[in-house]
Each structure stands twice: as structure tokens, then as C-alpha cells.
Design a protein around this ligand. Sequence first.
Ligand SMILES: [Zn+2]
Length: 592
Amino acid sequence: MVLTLDRLNAAAPDEFVALLDGIYEHSPWVAQAAAPMRPFRTLAQLKRALVVAVREAGRERQLALIRAHPELAGKAAVAGELTAESTGEQSRAGLTHCTPEEFARLQQLNADYNAKFGWPFILAVRGPRGTGLTRAEIIATFERRLANHPDFEFAECLRNIHRIAEIRLNDRFGFVPRQGEQVWDWAEQLARHSDPGFAEQGQLTVTYLTAAHRACARQLEAWMRECGFDEVHQDAVGNVVGRYHGTDPDARMLLTGSHYDTVRNGGRYDGRLGIFVPMACVQALHRAGRRLPFGIEVVAFSEEEGQRYKATFLGSGALVGQFDMAWLDQTDADGITLREAMTQAGLRIEDIPALRRDPARYLGFVEVHIEQGPVLDELDLPLGVVTSINGGVRYLGEIVGMASHAGTTPMGRRRDAAAAAAELCLYVERRAAQDGDSVGTVGMLEVPGGSINVVPGRCRFSLDLRAPNDAQRDRLAADVLAELARICERRGVQYRIEEAMRAAAAPSAPPWQARWERAVEALGLPVYRMPSGAGHDAMKLHEVMPQAMLFVRGGNAGISHNPLETITADDAQLCVDAYTQLLEQLAAEPQP
Ligand SMILES: [Zn+2]
């Protein structure tokens, strides 16, 4: 029988625990601890309560929970001693049909893993889509995780246990995250297009106006039409624009979207998720034959990452009138100018100025994006509300000391440029951490012409400082520059430093941030507010209209700009649900 929230909410505590038997392997205490957190309005809220129960249980019980799980394709599986749930999962993943080599490899991995960590390897073998990882994927994940730090791996096992529980709960509730699966499948299908040199290696790279990039645009255009958008076209910079009219076709519109280009060997969700989520919402509206009091304009931005040409945010920049015609003469690695690439792709350069949007025609801009960081994953939170896109400042500097003999120059008489830079690195780390939400990085560090037996006479470095607002960023920068001066003074070395880039912070518009917060709350999830450390298309739209972003957790500790970037179909569904909530809120508000 299918389980319902009503039944769970009404159950006596013992019955509640019995109804959730087997969700957390041999560990009824998890359900016991979650029982007092009732009533649950949503399945997401129930899942969260169970996660909280485990988070608050302390390390001993968490370790017992991990140890309650069987080894993958281990002795218990072979002897047929697993729970019904585990048997189903392991056989669905094909672990009961291993070749002798695969079986031997898994036994070796199990032994190595146990020897290193002291608990069994836990992996949600039904994977992010819920349909099962391949044996090759399982073995590759196993090998990769064997190298992790024990603290990280402990948490990763718990995260996998929560994912296993999520899928078991879905089965028991008869719940299928259909729109999330749709989003996931779109991401998978779009990732089939990749630039030459990368496609052959199974890597995803889609840079501006390559054949793969053009194929993505055509595919997005086709999907938008299938979803039921009223107007779909590609614009003069290659953005794919879909409009779904409101009840009044002249009503103001919600502007939304993200980018479909990728970094080299990137992930499938960076940018693209922010296109697919509103597409899924429009698809649902169209299927229901429903119009909102406002229109929805989804823009799949053609370029954000600045990979092929130096120009970045080319897609969203064009919408705010920032396409710089001087960019047209930039060349790519093969000497092809941007102008040639655009002309070859059939884009009409003369139409670019007309892409500039009139802010009066829009309600505002919202963007859904993967977090691209470890915070939400670590907190076991699927969604985060962005408070601000961090402002940043970058510098390139050089410290000049005195190159001298490494053997004959006594320690007290050195003018070591690299040691001075090292002091600065440590200061940046300490000072940025003081703010709690600032970040500072020395990403480039170089001793030009250095030798193993020479005290470094020169050291070049870069500085990247970011904070949620410009004042905080400026205080951070001022302190770092002052410390640089002090270090160099004390060490008797010279320095020069140049500002290379400065970008203003883009704080979320409070009413729009509040809409995302209410949307997350409506799903039964806690509202978690966080700044965005990375730049996004919303930064550009910020210059002309109110904006706010929603983040979704990435698996694998939120890794991004990397093929390991991943999200689950369930989290994608929560994005669609939150987005739907935001649309409902807007529809209920008096239209301006
Ligand atoms: Zn992105």
C-alpha cells in the first residue's frame, strides 16, 4: 500500500516507526527521533526531519548507522543475507551480475576501504537519476572515494545514506519527481553536444559558436517549442529566447534564464539548469492550458564563461546594452575573429544593439543555478537563497628583493621575494576568514627565472578578493594592501601592484529574495541564505532590473567546472517546485 503523509502524521509513535521501517537500514532510532517533528506538510519536510535526526545523533550513532549497511557486492550479498531494500538496490545496479574481474575488484576495494576507514563503503547505487549507476560508474566512484580524507568520507557516507533513504521513501510514497527527471534528462541529452577534441574523450565542452554550440541552440529552440512557448527565436548573439505570454500578451514579463555554454571539460548543470527549470514550469502551465497575469521570457544565454574569446557575459551583456563592438576583433586560439565566427553562424551583428531590453517591460530577473560550492551539500540542504553575488577585485603584483647565493647568504641578510609573498598569502587567508563570508585567493605565484640554489629575487603573484558587498570588499582590499606594504617594509623588499579587475557586488532585490524565501518555506524546507561566490548572468541584469537567485546543492561536495558536477532528479524537482511557488506568488500579487 502506498504511504501518505496523512497516515504518518496521524500514526502513534510506534506505528510511525513501523511505517518507516527499512528506510534507514536497521536503524529505527532515526524514525523515532523524527516522530516528534511532525506534522509534515510535504515529503521534502519528512526527508529533512530524518536528515536532522541523523545530523543531531552524534558520531557514535552515525557510525553505527553506516556500519548497519552491507558491503557492495560483499559476502552478505553473495550469501543472500541482505534486507529486501538492499537486495533490490544491489541487483538493480547489476551488482549481482558482476564479471569475475569486477567481483574481484570490488572485493579488493571493500578490503582496502575497510582497512583505511573502518566502516563499509556506502554508495546510493540507484544514483542521481534514481535509475541506477552502471557497474563501471560504481567502481570508478569507489576508487575515487578511497582517496578521500576520513572526515570527508564519513560525511559522504551519511549523504549517500540520506540519498538511499530518499529513493526508498519515494518508492514507498509512490512519488516520482517527474519534472526533476525531465530536467535531468534534458541536461543529459544536451551534454551529447561537445566540441571536437573533447567529444572524443567523453568530455563536455561547448564554447561560443562552435558546431556543438550551434547544435545546443537548435536543440533548446526545439524543446522550447515542444514545451509550448508562444514565441521562440535565436537572437543576434545566439541567445535562444522563448516567450510564454500572459493572459494579456502585452503584460509585463518575468525575465529568467542562464547560460548554455560551458567551460572546458565542464559539468552538465552549470548554467543549463537555469534554462531547464523555467522550461519545465512553462511546460506544466501549457499542459494545464493556463496563463498567468504576466508573461515569462526564458533566455538561454549563449555565452557566459569567456572560454573562446576574452569577452564574457556576452549573452546577458547584450540584453543590458553592454555588447562592446571592439570585441568583434578579438581572435580565438585559431585566429578566427569574433566577427567571423558570428557571421559564419548567420548572426546579424547589426541587430545586436536592438537586443537591449527595456526594463519597464519586465517585472524582474530570476535565475536558478547550481551552487558550485560545498556549503549546501555539507549542510544536507537542497536549496539556498542567494543574498548577493559577491563583488570582487583582482590585482597583479610583483615583489622585488635580491637574488643571492642560497648557500652563502645568511638567513638574516636575505631579501627573499618569495618568502615575502608567502607571508602575504597567509595574511590573505587569515584576514578573509575573519569576515566569515569574504574570500581571498592568491591563485598565481611565480618566481621568474628561479633556481634551486638561488634566494628568490623576484616573485609575481595575483590576488582575488571577494565579499557580499562593496564596502566589505574594499575594507578587505585595503587591509591586504596595507599588510603588503608592512611586509615589504620590514623585509626591505620593493613591490608594485596593479588593479586588474573590479566588479560591484549585486545584492538581491529584497522583495525578490523574499519571494524565493517564501517559495522554499512552502516546500517545507528551512530557508538558508548565502552569498554567491561566483559571478552569474544575474549580475548583468542586476544593472537594469531587480534580481534574485536560487541555488541548488551539487553532489560530490558541490564540485563544478568539472565532469563530476552532479545534482539529483529530486533536487531538480525541488527547483521546479520552488520556481512554481514563485510564479504562484507573483500571480497572486496585484499586477503593476
Ligand atoms: Zn554558470
